[in-house]
Design a protein around this ligand. Structure first.
Ligand SMILES: Nc1nc2c(ncn2[C@@H]2O[C@H](COP(=O)(O)OP(=O)(O)OP(=O)(O)O)[C@@H](O)[C@H]2O)c(=O)[nH]1
Ligand SMILES: [Mg+2]
Length: 228
């Protein structure tokens, strides 16, 4: 969290982390469509010809508060390909919160686990305490066959402390809930050390309402193929 009192601006860094192809970039693309366009900046996607993230993606979201303060969210994704380990560590530096995008497909359970532990290691390498870093988990791709069941998600939820959000990011479902849940945790953590209301001139709930108060409708369902 960077607090610039002379410019009356607060910057919050959020990192979307997760295994290869889990839908991190898709989350940012969906947020870019769903959030109030007057608050979202340019979506920077640095990828290869086959849409794999090469370095990171970045979506800035700025909300102006009645108090005159502006809150700038910087939403980053890491690249999931195994070769980009060093880049993932660099992008995680200074994260105020992490949205871990897990792939719900059973075949990806091991990759989810490996990346979860990798993320915790990288946070430590960056001097951050993984247990104190606000984190939410999204189980994406709920539309696919052979995915972890809702009961399994409930079981994972009961074992850990991180909130869990099911999602179908290609349809924009669960994407806003994930980010809203994470910001809620970030602001709660922040309010343990600072008087948020005094710094922002508003409560955490008012800040969240200001970011998510003017959502656009979900994009229409992609046409289903009619083949037999
Ligand atoms: N069926 C389905 N496909 C999805 C969903 N979300 C993303 N995808 C697809 O999964 C593929 C990978 O999505 P990306 O968002 O590029 O994944 P990523 O995590 O950014 O991938 P890397 O940056 O290479 O790690 C794309 O073909 C997406 O369209 C979903 O909810 N359901
Ligand atoms: Mg990506």
């Amino acid at each position: 969290m960077q607090f610039n009192s002379s410019q009356r601006e607060i910057t919050i860094k959020v990192v979307y982390y997760g295994p290869p192809l889990s839908g991190k970039t898709t989350n940012l693309q969906a947020l870019h469509k769903l959030l109030d366009p007057s608050q979202t900046g340019h979506l920077t996607v640095l990828d290869t010809a086959d849409d794999r993230t090469l370095f990171f993606d970045l979506l800035p979201v700025t909300t102006q508060l009645a108090s005159g303060f502006s809150v700038k969210l910087k939403l980053f994704t890491v690249p999931g390909q195994v070769i980009h380990t060093a880049t993932r560590r660099i992008v995680l530096a200074g994260a105020d919160g992490v949205a871990f995008i897990a792939d719900s497909q059973r075949s990806q359970s091991r990759a989810n686990n490996e990346f979860w532990h990798g993320m915790r290691t990288h946070l430590k390498e960056n001097g951050l305490d993984p247990d104190a870093t606000p984190t939410v988990i999204q189980f994406n791709k709920r539309d696919l066959p052979e995915v972890r069941s809702d009961a399994e998600l409930a079981e994972i939820r009961s074992r850990g402390k991180e909130p869990i959000y099911p999602a179908v990011a290609i349809r924009g479902e669960g994407v806003v809930e994930t980010l809203r849940g994470l910001l809620d945790l970030v602001l709660k953590a922040w309010s343990q050390h600072y008087e948020v209301r005094r710094h922002l001139g508003c409560s955490p709930d008012e800040l969240i309402a200001s970011i998510f108060g003017h959502l656009r409708p979900l994009p229409p369902e992609p046409p289903t193929s009619k083949g037999t």
